[in-house]
Design a protein around this ligand. Structure first.
Ligand SMILES: C[S@@+](CC[C@H](N)C(=O)[O-])C[C@H]1O[C@@H](n2cnc3c(N)ncnc32)[C@H](O)[C@@H]1O
Length: 500
C-alpha cells in the first residue's frame, strides 16, 4: 500500500515544474472530438477539472484566456497548490480554484466537467488511485465531455525501465532518510559511471543506454526524480489501458498527439493487413509494438457516444490552422519541384503537391496565428490557376490537411487562441505573461506553450506591457534604442503573448 502522505512529501521536497501542455488544452480535446463526429462543449463556456495539477501551470494560461469557463485543479501537495493560488490571487482570476487534496476524496458536489485532464499522473499512482481516476472520468464527465489521461506505455518503457532500475539501484545504499535531491544526484553519478564503463561496446544495448543516460543528465531534476525515483510506477500496454477504460463504461476516442511515425506505421499496417482497420485497439497496439512507444495521451469519452472513424475531413472546413512546419526558402510551387519544409522539432516534411505546398505557405505565413480553411483554400485555388472551385477539390484539400494533422505538421483549431501578431501603439501582454516575466518564471503563452529562453531585456520589456506605454515610454524606462524595442516587441508578438 502506497502512503499518500509520503507521496505528497516527495513533491514538497522537489516540486514539479508546472507548465502548460498544449496537447491537453480543452481546445485540442474539443477539436479532436469534433473531427470524430462528436459535439463537444464550446471551450469558451465549459467546465474543466485537472487531477494532479501541481501548481496549476497547465490550467492557469487556459483560465486566463477563457474567462467564461470554469477551472478546478486538485493536487496532493499543499506547497504546489499554494504556489498556484498565489499567482491566481495576484492576477485576480475568479474562474479558477486549486485545492490541496487527494483526488480519491473528490465527491459528487464537485459537479460535472466538460473536460477532465490527468497528465503525468496515472502511471505514478497506486492501483486504487488509478481506478479512482477512471471512475472520476466516468462519474464527473458531462455527456459530451472529453477526458485526457496520459501514461507510460510498454513496450517502449521496457527499455526506459532499465534506467529506472539503474537509478534506483545506484542509490540503494543511501540511508532511508536521504532527501530526494541527494538521491537523484547519487543516481546520476552512478549512471555516468556505468555509461563510462560501457565504453564504445558495439551493441544495441549500449546505444539505448547512452540515449537514456544523456536524457537523465539533461532533463529537469523534478522530471527525472519523479519519473524514476517515485516508489510506484506502472507502465502498461495500450490494450490493458483500453480494457480498463472499457470496464469503467468509457470508450477510447484517440490520442491527443500522434506524430509522423505513428501516421507512417499505421499506413503500412493498414496496407499490409487491411482487416486490422476493423479492430482499432489491436491496430493501436500493433503501432506501439512497431514504434516502441513509451507514452500516450489518450482521449476518453462515454461509451454511448457515436464516434466516427477515421476522422471526418469535411469537418476540417470549419477549423482554423497553425503551421508546425515552415519553408526554409522561397517555395517553388511548380508540380515538378520537390520542397522540403522544416519542423520546429528538427524533423522535415517534403512534398511536390502544388495544393499542399500552397497551403503550407499560407498557413506558415500567418504563424503564430491560426487562419481559416477558406483563406487557405483561396491561396490553394490561386496556385492551381483557379480552374476549380467545387466541393470535391475543397474536400481534397481538407483530406491533405487531415493527413498533415495526423503527421503533426499542422494544428487545427475549432476555436482559435486569442492574441495579436500586429503590435499596437501601446502594446499589451497577457497579465499572466507579465507577472511571470516580472517574477522570473517560465513564461506561458496563448498557444499553451512555454516561451523559449527569453533574455533579461525581453523579460523586462514584457513586464512593462500593460497597454499604457508606447515605444517612447518603453525606451525611456529601459534606456534601450528604438531598434532594440521594436525587435523585442516583434519577438514577443511571434511568441503569442501580446493581446493588444
Ligand atoms: C508527475 S506530477 C505531474 C504534475 C502535472 N500534471 C504535470 O504533468 O506537470 C504528478 C502530480 O500528481 C500529484 N498527485 C499524486 N497523487 C495524487 C492524488 N492521489 N491526488 C491528487 N494529486 C496527486 C502529485 O502531487 C504531483 O503534483
Amino acid at each position: 500500500m502506497i502512503d499518500l502522505d509520503a507521496q505528497a512529501e516527495s513533491y514538497e521536497q522537489l516540486p514539479y515544474e508546472s507548465n502548460p501542455f498544449f496537447e491537453s488544452h480543452p481546445g485540442r480535446l474539443a477539436t479532436i472530438a469534433y473531427l470524430s463526429g462528436l459535439d463537444p462543449v464550446p471551450i469558451d463556456h465549459c467546465r474543466v477539472l485537472e487531477l494532479g495539477c501541481a501548481a496549476g501551470g497547465n490550467l492557469l494560461p487556459a483560465a486566463e484566456a477563457l474567462p467564461g469557463s470554469d477551472f478546478v485543479g486538485v493536487d496532493l501537495a499543499p506547497n504546489q497548490i499554494a504556489e498556484g493560488m498565489a499567482i491566481i490571487d495576484a492576477l485576480g482570476l475568479k474562474n479558477i480554484r486549486l485545492q490541496a487534496m487527494s483526488l480519491t476524496d473528490i465527491t459528487a458536489d464537485f459537479g460535472s466537467f466538460d473536460y477532465i485532464i490527468a497528465h503525468g499522473l496515472y502511471s505514478w499512482v497506486p492501483p486504487d488511485v488509478q481506478r479512482r481516476i477512471l471512475e472520476i472520468c466516468n462519474a464527473h464527465l458531462s455527456p459530451n465531455g472529453v477526458a485526457y489521461v496520459s501514461y507510460n506505455t510498454n513496450p517502449g518503457w521496457r527499455l526506459r525501465g532499465v534506467m529506472r532500475d539503474l537509478l534506483q539501484y545506484g542509490q540503494s545504499e543511501l540511508p532511508p532518510q536521504t532527501g530526494l535531491r541527494s538521491r537523484l544526484a547519487s543516481g546520476r553519478n552512478f549512471a555516468e559511471m556505468i555509461l563510462s564503463a560501457a565504453g564504445d561496446e558495439p551493441t544495441g544495448y549500449r546505444r539505448v543506454l547512452g540515449g537514456e543516460v544523456d536524457m537523465v543528465l539533461k532533463a529537469p531534476d523534478s522530471y527525472i526524480a519523479h519519473e524514476h525515483l517515485e516508489p510506484w510506477h506502472e507502465p502498461i500496454y495500450f490494450r490493458e489501458f483500453a480494457a480498463r477504460i472499457e470496464e469503467r463504461g468509457l470508450a477510447y476516442l484517440g490520442d491527443a498527439r500522434s506524430g509522423g511515425g505513428v501516421f507512417r506505421v499505421e499506413s503500412r499496417l493498414r496496407q499490409q493487413r487491411p482487416e486490422l482497420g476493423a479492430n482499432l485497439i489491436h491496430l493501436e497496439q500493433c503501432i506501439d509494438f512497431a514504434l516502441g512507444r513509451q507514452f500516450r495521451r489518450s482521449l476518453i469519452v462515454h461509451q454511448d457516444r457515436k464516434i466516427q472513424r477515421p476522422l471526418d475531413a469535411k469537418r476540417l472546413m470549419h477549423c482554423h490552422f497553425t503551421a508546425t512546419v515552415f519553408p526554409t526558402a522561397p517555395v517553388d510551387l511548380r508540380p515538378e519541384a520537390q520542397v522540403t519544409f522544416q519542423a520546429h522539432d528538427g524533423g522535415t516534411f517534403a512534398t511536390n503537391d502544388v495544393g499542399l505546398k500552397a497551403a503550407i505557405v499560407e498557413i506558415a505565413g500567418a504563424f503564430p496565428q491560426a487562419i481559416g480553411f477558406d483563406q487557405v483554400w483561396k491561396r490553394v485555388r490561386h496556385a492551381m490557376n483557379a480552374r476549380i472551385d467545387d466541393l470535391a477539390a475543397r474536400l481534397h484539400l481538407a483530406q491533405l490537411l487531415l493527413d498533415m494533422f495526423m503527421a503533426d505538421s499542422v494544428e487545427p483549431h475549432l476555436t482559435s487562441p486569442v492574441f495579436v501578431k500586429q503590435i499596437g501603439p501601446k502594446p499589451m501582454a497577457t497579465p499572466l505573461a507579465r507577472w511571470q516575466a516580472a517574477n522570473g518564471r517560465v513564461i506561458h503563452n496563448r498557444r499553451h506553450r512555454g516561451v523559449r529562453s527569453p533574455d533579461a531585456f525581453e523579460c523586462s520589456v514584457l513586464a512593462l506591457l500593460d497597454g499604457t506605454r508606447d515605444t517612447a515610454a518603453l525606451k525611456s524606462i529601459t534606456g534601450a534604442t528604438d531598434h532594440a524595442i521594436r525587435e523585442c516587441l516583434k519577438k514577443l508578438a511571434m511568441n503569442a503573448v501580446l493581446i493588444g
